[in-house]
Every structure is written in structure tokens, then in C-alpha cells.
Write a protein that binds this ligand. Structure first.
Ligand code: AMP
Ligand code: GLY
Length: 423
């Protein structure tokens, strides 16, 4: 088969690496890709939002399956464009990707179908939102409705902060049109867990759990980022939690989408909070997490192409997922200054140390070729993943491997997976 992957980050590198292991994959392309992905795929210089050019490329090259890694093209309707051209594609259509694309939609869906989540109200009028805050309990959480690179969520401790937040989201449009609507919701406390799943419209198959570290600095300080590191599995995702989520969250979400005429095919990423009152949904995403994919996929035994095809064909009920009984930790190596301002173009040294080392992976998030070298090309540059027989060993291995690579302005958190010690 010829397979096209759409995206250019560490997640797409992990997907390309996993697809490359499938005996079915004869030729892999990635648009636009990066210098790490180029090891497994031919990178094609077409942007992820250029749907018509991508579809034309897929037709020309007779691509058998396209896998969309990123949220923006999914929410923008890339799957509909490909399907209209008769192309096979893995991912939700636009009317289903709204599960991630609109927080107001996903909150209303959860309320309507009794899926546990924080209490909330939706607003499209800033005056009404400001009025509502007068009688609210603090801290309180404000969320821009649309996609905002993980930055559209504000946790406000006081009325003044929340008023300022409403103004910046809805009036100053800090996150653009993502702030045309807003969700105001109850603040919850508890451990966060990410659970990814494959869905074929009817059947859902749950992958192993993971946990991200969203803040830029050690001790969960600093600004929110796309994710500074992950571990899998989460020791807090117990059998009891799993049983609860299977009964009250996972299948219910798939059935709710189908009942709304928005059949969901692809990946549903459940962002969960384990509260005192039980697990609740913080958010849905309609694609693999980044860097969750970098710890989940190295632990998966299945041929991922089989699973993608089962989702597209609606035969996922015939597939059982299988994960290794081990653990993985991914430490993101970023450019100093990320997520605000950072320099790019520095040579990345030491990548060769990963060659032939089982259980160690370096997934590129932001890299490119320049003058025969591989240089930094983003805020998040690399995701160094290591396996281990348990979480502690995986963490020690990952931090050992972090030393193998270097570039100017490299920085990473030193406490990825520290929560493991409390388990
Ligand atoms: P989201 O994009 O909805 O996952 O929100 C980003 C982050 O904000 C989450 O990972 C949580 O750490 C935090 N967050 C979101 N909603 C809430 C909430 N209702 N209570 C407490 N923290 C929240
Ligand atoms: N790591 C969080 C996300 O991919 O949304």
C-alpha cells in the first residue's frame, strides 16, 4: 500500500515510524513532514491546510490510505474533501471533528447524553458572560470555544481576572474567531489522564493510558505549552477507573455522536480528570495526542495499518488492541524561550546514538535539513522516548538518552514522570 501522513510534528513522526513497521506499507509519504520523518517517508512540500493540493497529490500518486495527524485540517474538513474525491482517509469528517473543534458543542453533547463533565454555561455575548461571573464561585475556568493551540483555557482565581479573561477572549479576540463563543465552567481538582481510542463509527477500542505535562517549567510552573513530556501507562488509571469510563464515557460518546448524525471515525482522545466524584471529561480531541502518541505507539503490538483500515471500513469489532506490559517516558527537548519566543536553525548533534538501540526513540517535532545538516525548526524540537520494564526504569532510560543529543538553546523539564513516585 501507498500511505500518506498529513502533519509535521513528533506525533506524525511516531505515526510514520509505526506505519513503517507494517508489512502492508510499501511506500510512505508525509506532507509536509520533517527531517526525522524523512527517514521513513518521502516528505512532500504541501501544507496540511492545502486540501485540494493534498487530494490532487493523493490521486496522482494513487495513495491507498491517508492518515491525518493534526487537528486543524480535521476540523477544517480535510476528510470530506478526500472522500468527495473517492480517496480512502483515516480521520473524522468535519461534522464529527467538531467534537474537538467546538468546546460549546462537546459540553452540550455531554450534558444531553449524561456523560460526566464539569458544570458549565456557554456564552456568545460577552455582556451576559460578565453578568454571569458576578454570582460565580472562584476559581473558575474560561475556555475559548474553538481551536487555540491548547492556550484557550484560562483558570481565574478572582472576579477581576475572570472579567479580564472574558474581555481578552471575546472582545479583544486574543485567540481569534475561537473566541466568538466561550464556555465558563466549574473548576475541578484531581489527576489528569489522557486516554486515546480508535473508533469506527460504532465500535471503540481503548489504547493504553498516558499523562502529559502541559506547563513549560519544572513543578508545573510557567506557561501552558503543547506538552513537555509524557509517560504511559498512568498508574492512576486503575481498573476501577477504566471500568467506570467504559460504562459512562467511552461508548456513550461514540453512540451520542452517531445519534446526532455525526458518526465518528478516527481517534478520540479523552482528556480526563479523576475527581473525588469520579472521572470526568475535561476535553475531547479528535486525533492522537502530541506527545502522547510518542509513548503510546511504541508500546502497541498491533499492525497500525490494520487498525486504521478497520476504522475506515467499520470492522473494528474484529480487532483487539494489544499493548506491551512495560512503560514508556517521553521528554520533550525544546528551544529556550518556547512557548513564546525562540531562535531556530541550530544544528542538532548526536542523533546517530539512537541508531540500532532497541527501546530508545528520538521523534522529531521541529527539525529540517539545512546545508546537509539537521537543524532546529520549532519550539518543540525533539521528543526522546525510552521504554523500560516499569515507569521508573523508563524514566531513567529517557533521561539518559536526553544526554545523547544536543543543540544550542536546548531545554527540557527535569521532572517528567515525577508523579510516578507518588503512585
Ligand atoms: P483543555 O484544553 O480543556 O484540556 O484544558 C487545558 C488544561 O486546563 C487541562 O489540561 C487542565 O489542566 C485545565 N483545565 C481545563 N478545564 C478545567 C477544569 N474544569 N478544572 C480545572 N482545570 C481545568
Ligand atoms: N498533548 C496534548 C494534546 O495533544 O492535545
Amino acid at each position: 500500500m501507498k500511505i500518506l501522513i498529513v502533519g509535521s510534528g513528533g506525533r506524525e513522526h511516531a505515526i510514520a515510524w509505526k506505519v513503517a513497521q507494517s508489512p502492508k506499507a510499501e511506500k510512505i509519504y508525509c506532507a509536509p513532514g520533517n527531517a526525522g520523518i524523512a527517514e521513513y517517508a518521502e516528505c512532500v512540500d504541501i501544507g496540511a491546510m492545502e486540501f485540494d493540493r493534498l487530494a490532487a497529490f493523493a490521486k496522482e500518486q494513487k495513495i491507498d490510505l491517508t492518515v491525518v495527524g493534526m487537528d486543524d485540517p480535521l476540523v477544517g474538513g480535510i476528510v470530506d474533501v478526500f472522500e468527495a474525491e473517492g480517496l480512502r482517509v483515516f480521520g473524522p469528517r468535519k461534522n464529527a471533528a467538531i467534537l474537538e473543534g467546538s468546546k460549546a458543542f462537546s459540553k452540550d453533547l455531554m450534558k444531553k447524553y449524561g456523560i460526566p463533565t464539569a458544570a458549565y454555561e456557554n456564552f456568545d455575548d460577552p455582556a451576559r458572560a460578565l453578568q454571569y461571573l458576578e454570582h460565580a464561585k472562584f476559581p473558575i475556568v474560561l475556555k475559548a470555544d474553538g481551536l487555540a493551540l491548547g492556550k484557550g483555557v484560562l483558570i481565574c482565581n478572582t472576579l477581576e481576572e475572570a472579567q479580564e479573561g472574558v474581555r481578552s477572549i471575546m472582545m479583544d479576540k486574543k485567540f481569534g474567531s475561537a473566541g466568538n463563543q466561550m464556555v465558563i465552567e466549574e473548576f475541578m481538582t484531581g489527576r489528569e489522564v489522557s486516554v486515546l481510542s480508535f473508533v469506527d463509527g460504532k465500535t471503540i477500542r481503548i489504547m493504553t493510558s498516558a499523562q502529559d505535562h502541559k506547563r513549560a517549567l519544572d513543578g508545573d510552573q510557567g506557561l501552558n505549552t503543547g506538552g513537555m513530556g509524557t509517560f504511559s501507562p498512568s498508574p492512576f488509571y486503575t481498573e476501577e477507573v477504566d471500568a467506570f469510563c467504559r460504562e459512562h464515557i467511552y461508548q456513550k460518546t461514540v453512540d451520542a455522536m452517531a445519534a446526532e448524525g455525526r458518526e465518528f471515525k478516527g481517534i478520540i482522545f479523552f482528556g480526563l480528570m479523576l475527581t473525588e466524584d469520579g472521572p470526568k471529561v475535561l476535553e475531547y480531541n479528535a486525533r492522537f495526542g502530541d506527545p502522547e502518541a510518542q509513548v503510546v505507539l511504541p508500546r502497541m503490538n498491533n499492525d497500525i495499518v490494520d487498525v486504521f483500515e478497520a476504522c475506515v471500513d467499520g470492522t473494528l469489532d474484529q480487532v483487539e488492541l494489544e499493548f506491551q506490559d512495560n512503560a514508556a517516558v517521553c521528554v520533550v527537548l525544546a528551544s529556550q524561550g518556547y512557548p513564546v519566543k525562540y531562535e531556530k536553525g541550530f544544528e542538532i548533534r548526536g542523533l546517530e546514538h539512537f541508531k540500532g538501540k532497541d527501546g530508545y526513540y528520538v521523534f522529531h517535532a521541529g527539525s529540517k535539513f539545512q546545508d546537509g545538516k539537521i537543524v532546529t525548526n520549532g519550539g518543540r524540537v525533539l521528543g526522546v522516548t525510552a521504554l523500560g520494564e516499569d515507569l521508573k526504569k523508563a524514566r531513567a532510560n529517557a533521561y539518559e538518552a536526553v544526554k545523547w543529543v544536543d543543540f544550542d538553546n536546548k531545554y527540557c523539564r527535569g521532572d517528567i514522570g515525577k508523579a510516578i513516585d507518588e503512585a
